[in-house]
Design a binder for this molecule. Sequence first.
Ligand SMILES: Cc1ncc(COP(=O)(O)O)c(C=O)c1O
Length: 447
Amino acid sequence: MNAENMNANEKLMMPRRAFVRGLTALGLLPLAGTSGLASEPPDAPAAGGLQNWPAGDDPHYWSWIRQQFSMPPDEAYFNTGTLGACPRPVLDAVVDSMRDLEKTIARYDYRPEHPEYIAGYRPQEELRKKAGGILNATGGEIALVQNATMAINFISNGLDLKSGDEVLLTDQEHPGALGPWDLRAKRQGIVVRKLPIPVPTPDPETVVKIFAGALGPRTKVIAVPHIISRHGIVMPVRELCDLGRARSVFTLIDGAQAVGQLRVDVKKIGCDAYACSPHKWLLAPPGNGLLYVRQDRQRDIWATLASAHWNDYEPATGLFRLMQFGTANAALLAGLDAALDFYLRIGPEKIERRIIGLADHLRAGLQKIKGVTITSPLHPALAGAMVTYGVAGATGRELQDELWNRKKIRVREQGGPLVRQSVHLYNSPEEIEGTLEVARLLAANKP
Ligand SMILES: Cc1ncc(COP(=O)(O)O)c(C=O)c1O
């Protein structure tokens, strides 16, 4: 079979390099193009393509990246903390996959060599390997699930815990990270302790001390966010996992906000499990989730959803056991695959540097405005690309609406006086300046 006759689902099953070679031979990709990116702008450097594009703050580079997204150029999107925008190559991968399925559905013959047209029944080894790569995990240590909530539920429900066993959380969990433990508390009597994290959080040591002081003989699990969603606090997860490991406490990190924002290395963090939602900072289509469980802790986790392979403990299949959710949409996996390509092609380090730089610009500007309060941490070890703040005299809703009505800047209000501004690679220094202008104006007009 050649690439021309393949549908997107078949392509997903094919080793990436062979697929790209096929497309290039057919003239469907530029020679430099293993990138999954849409065509370069006319003023792109002639030689070397994206590979040799100037790094860092070159305005052409980032404005070209911005052109890969479907939002109108005058709209500034700062709500990746809720949902990332998909770049065009990702959107195309999803739509093409669905179109191909509908055109060729009658050819689906269930033979093992025929590509699967639905997700939920095959181990998807190639994609798990690629996804694992960005976390420094093996493919066998990754389950493809549907979001962080599902991943966290699989851990909370899958662990053998009994009445009186304690789980340590923060007092600032997202409901998708709190509900799974509260459910077990109500049903089986485990004890959920929500440790108060000060806002603003002064330094990592304060957080570590809070957890060290709460650990006791009944503690069986530490489950914390890598980045707390409301105030964007980057937690000292490595130190917290060190605490857990020293006492054989299971550690689960909720990385819904972290993967794609910061570089994540689960081996360096030393956690037993890590959950994430690639539809946020990795810019994958909604409906994708990743769950990592380190190989030597996988036997501690029972399956929650059971189908043919729920009891498959073959080392070769790894966490396929936790992917038993029945029929799902293969197009979303095609989108995840394309999102991983997009992320890797630009480079995790480059993305992190760019967006933390922009968020620092925002933090520095806000700090200079009298009447602005920043509740996100300013300590560099705790500060990421999400900044939560308020302007005296305005509610969060008013601030959100002023930013939109004056500058088409979309942030998300956080209740009370606060808004959260999530800075990603489609944002620009001009958009940050626009934000500061509105904040200055509001602060000047309020008592
Ligand atoms: C820290 C954190 N955990 C978990 C979730 C739940 O993510 P999802 O709805 O993708 O499962 C979110 C969503 O915003 C979050 O911010």
